[in-house]
Design a protein. Structure first.
Length: 161
C-alpha cells in the first residue's frame, strides 16, 4: 500500500478529545472514493468484543480473515471504553496478520506509552507497537476538540456582541 493516500500504518493520538474520529472516517471515505478499496471501520471496544466472542463461537479464524483482508482497517477510540481481558493478545494477532500487507489506522486519546497498562499486557503491546509503528505516520492533535473550540468561540462572540 506504499505510495497511496493512506500510510502503511497510522496512529492518531491526543491527550484530549479532538476530531480524530472525523479525520479517520474522512481518510477511509477518501480511500473508497479515490482508490475503490474496501475499508472496515470499527470502534476499538466493539472490535475487541467481536474478536473475544468469535473465540467462544468458534468463528475466530473467519473473523480474523475478514479483518485482515480489508486494505484499510480503521480502529477508532482505543482506550475510550473498557476492553476484554484478551484485548492485547487479540490486537497483537490482528496487527501481526496485517503487518506489511494492509494499512491500519488507529485513533486513541491515550499516549502510546500508556497502551501496555491500558491493554494489560506490556509484552504483547510492545510486540504490536514494534510492527504498527515500523512504517507509521503518527499524528498528534491539539489539546482541545473542534467542538470545545467552536463552543468557546461562540461564547466569546456572543459576549463581545
Amino acid at each position: 500500500m506504499r505510495g497511496e493516500v493512506i500510510p502503511q500504518r497510522g496512529v492518531s493520538r491526543n491527550p484530549g478529545a479532538e476530531d480524530k474520529s472525523h479525520i479517520a472516517q474522512a481518510i477511509g471515505r477518501a480511500v473508497i472514493q479515490s482508490q475503490g478499496h474496501r475499508v472496515l471501520y470499527r470502534e476499538a471496544h466493539h472490535l475487541l468484543e467481536e474478536l473475544a466472542e468469535s473465540s467462544l463461537e468458534s468463528t475466530r479464524r473467519q473473523k480474523l480473515d475478514a479483518l485482515t483482508s480489508a486494505p484499510l482497517l480503521v480502529i477508532d477510540d482505543l482506550g475510550m471504553r473498557n476492553l476484554p481481558a484478551t484485548a492485547a493478545e487479540d490486537l497483537l494477532e490482528l496487527i501481526m496478520r496485517r503487518y506489511e500487507k494492509a494499512s491500519t489506522l488507529i485513533t486513541s486519546n491515550r499516549p502510546v506509552v500508556d497502551w501496555g497498562k491500558l491493554l494489560g499486557d506490556h509484552a504483547a503491546v510492545a510486540a504490536m507497537l514494534d510492527r504498527l509503528l515500523h512504517h507509521a505516520h503518527v499524528v498528534q492533535f491539539g489539546p482541545r476538540s473542534w467542538r470545545t473550540k467552536g463552543a468557546l468561540e461562540l461564547r466569546s462572540a456572543e459576549s463581545a456582541g
